[in-house]
Ligand binder design. Structure first.
Ligand SMILES: *Cc1c(COP(=O)(O)O)cnc(C)c1O
Length: 427
């Protein structure tokens, strides 16, 4: 009997196992609802007394199989797919925070999450404090308030490529009786499993490497089941006191380690409804089947490209934790010993216009907003996603005006290098 399957095998096989005579590929159950012969049986589903499908907003077999695969890859107890990575981060946080609460987040995070946390959640009455991933333990501790409910960071930050010290942040979060939530999008569970370092909840934008082919927008929340909510019951009334909208059921008492996940599905997904289409989950699963192969190739290619850029006279700086000169090299070796990801942040000597000239001279490499898929692509935040900001405002938002985000794909690395080189000759 096989004991514990390895990550590559899980990428291919976890989540769905065909029974005798069933399709070998995950079926797309593109149905909103599920039929029952007996009304009593359906009533039990509504009361969460029985498990089963009744409406796709809550659960769908295709979505569940893909969530189960990601859950297994991360080593969690439960997972839920969402229609985007944005929804995943919102749900993960909103499941434990309500108006009047506060949380702490690394300031080196994806721009969309920065806006969600700093602007939109503030309008819901939930405040956050941004701290540098390099802040000292004392500085992080000073950010805690009596109403702080969580700490958040990205394993590898988008677009800055900072490596988050998961173990250190987890210790500080736990000392203060709150969970650590880690967005593991760029590393993927092939290269890092944040639960092994003390993270309690993991989120993903599955739009990126997990899909890998740029076919669907999606997200995922995974729970480790490790955080003891009842030990801090006064902080988490949503999990530890009766939910009136579910006949007075108390999630962590009724469902134990699955309490956080049950609330996420039965309450937040029921009420806010950001589910992926089963068709999209099928596409995501196609991507996951080759995740381990692609990540290895992304890392191999990106390492060569980072080394080339680092040695080039026209390049001002390079951030990639696989470079021994990178300030995150040591943390990269600790958390990402087999490679980090394909994304490199770098700056060219010169002005914003130099970056634009270089990008416009590329022939094979694509200019797109997207990142982290099979095709090598490039983005200059100062002239694209953040174009309304002055250089000064950009720096305040943590984006260097000259920062170019190069997402190295899985093509032949010589072709990627040739294109980069010929464009460098034009500036
Ligand atoms: C893209 C991204 C998100 C947002 O995901 P969407 O699927 O675009 O909604 C969140 N976190 C990180 C690290 C990302 O790269």
């Amino acid at each position: 009997m096989v004991k514990k399957l390895r990550q590559g095998t899980l990428c291919v096989q976890a989540g769905y196992k065909a029974k005798n005579g069933e399709p070998i590929e995950l079926p797309i159950i593109q149905s909103t609802t599920f039929k029952y012969d007996d009304s009593e049986e359906m009533a039990k589903l509504f009361d969460l007394e029985k498990e089963g499908y009744f409406y796709t907003r809550l659960q769908n077999p295709t979505n569940d199989a893909v969530a189960a695969k990601i859950c297994t890859l991360e080593g969690g107890v439960g997972a839920m797919l969402t229609s985007s990575g944005q929804a995943a981060n919102f749900y993960a946080m909103f499941n434990i925070c309500q108006a009047g609460d506060h949380f702490i987040t690394s300031n080196e995070i994806y721009g969309g999450t920065y806006n969600l946390f700093g602007v939109t959640m503030k309008k819901l009455g939930i405040e956050c404090t941004f701290v540098s991933p390099e802040a000292s333990d004392e500085e992080i501790q000073a950010a805690f308030r009596p109403n702080t409910k969580a700490v958040f960071g990205e394993t590898i930050s988008n677009p800055g490529c900072a490596v988050f010290d998961i173990e250190r942040f987890a210790k500080i979060a736990h000392k203060n009786g709150v969970p650590l939530i880690v967005d593991n999008t760029f590393a993927t569970p092939v290269n890092c499993r944040p639960f092994e370092w003390g993270a309690d909840i993991v989120t993903h934008s599955t739009t990126k490497y997990m899909d890998g082919m740029a076919t669907q927008v999606g997200g995922c929340v995974v729970d480790s089941g490790n955080f003891d909510w009842l030990a801090h019951a006064e902080k988490f009334p949503g999990l530890c006191t009766p939910d009136e909208s579910y006949h007075g059921l108390t999630y962590v008492k009724a469902f134990g380690k699955m309490g956080y996940m049950t609330k996420l599905v039965a309450q937040l997904m029921r009420d806010l409804g950001s589910i992926p289409a089963p068709q999209n989950s099928f596409l995501l699963n196609m991507g996951l089947q080759t995740l381990h192969l692609r990540m290895a190739q992304h890392c191999k290619n990106a390492q060569k490209v980072a080394e080339f850029l680092n040695a080039n006279d026209k390049v001002a700086w390079v951030h990639y934790c696989g470079l021994p000169t990178d300030k995150y090299y040591a943390l990269g070796q600790k958390y990402l010993p087999n490679g980090s990801c394909g994304v490199i942040a770098f700056g060219l000597k010169g002005t914003r216009e130099t970056a634009i000239k270089w990008m416009d001279s590329l022939e094979m490499i694509n200019i797109v907003t997207h990142v982290a898929d099979a095709r090598t692509c490039v983005l200059h935040p100062a002239s694209h996603t953040h174009r309304q900001l002055s250089d000064e405002q950009l720096r305040e938002a943590g984006v260097a005006p000259d920062l170019i985000r190069l997402s190295v794909g899985i093509e032949d690395v010589e072709d990627i290098l040739d294109d980069i080189k010929q464009a460098l000759e034009k500036i």
